[in-house]
Design a protein. Structure first.
Length: 136
């Protein structure tokens, strides 16, 4: 049975965008080498929102998908943005369209920065110290 949201078949949309339906895009990949995004960049680039929107959602829902820079500013990695997108969709504050657009952007940037290949496989850079290959 297909999972739907309104008239959208989520699994079909994920197949069209080549996003994995059974795991996170960056599952087990350490993206701390960059890029990093400010709250303004994360809000604008991934969600077409404003920084205060992310700050409010973090406060209201207890999200903490960032670390703080030495100056105290919120800093997000690609892994943080992906987790935040899923969490926001889970509580209904982003639409399916926004979720998929954010995930496509995360995937594209992971490819550009050498964490993933075009087919979604993990590169040597992506295999870093936190990446564990599945057994079998």
């Amino acid at each position: 049975m297909a999972v739907t949201l309104g008239d959208l078949d989520v699994a079909a949309l994920l197949r069209l965008t080549r996003l994995p339906a059974d795991r996170a895009i960056l599952d087990g990949i350490d993206t701390s080498a960059g890029p990093e995004f400010s709250v303004s960049e994360a809000a604008t680039v991934f969600f077409a929102g404003r920084p205060y929107w992310i700050r409010r959602l973090e406060k209201e829902h207890g999200f903490a998908f960032h670390r703080r820079s030495e100056g105290g500013a919120r800093v997000y990695t690609l892994t943080d943005v992906e987790a935040m997108a899923h969490a926001m969709a889970g509580v209904g504050v982003v639409t399916v369209r926004q979720l998929i657009a954010a995930l496509v952007a995360v995937q594209a940037l992971a490819i550009v920065h050498g964490y993933l290949e075009f087919d979604g496989s993990v590169t040597e850079k992506g295999r870093g110290p936190l990446y564990a290959l599945p057994e079998g």
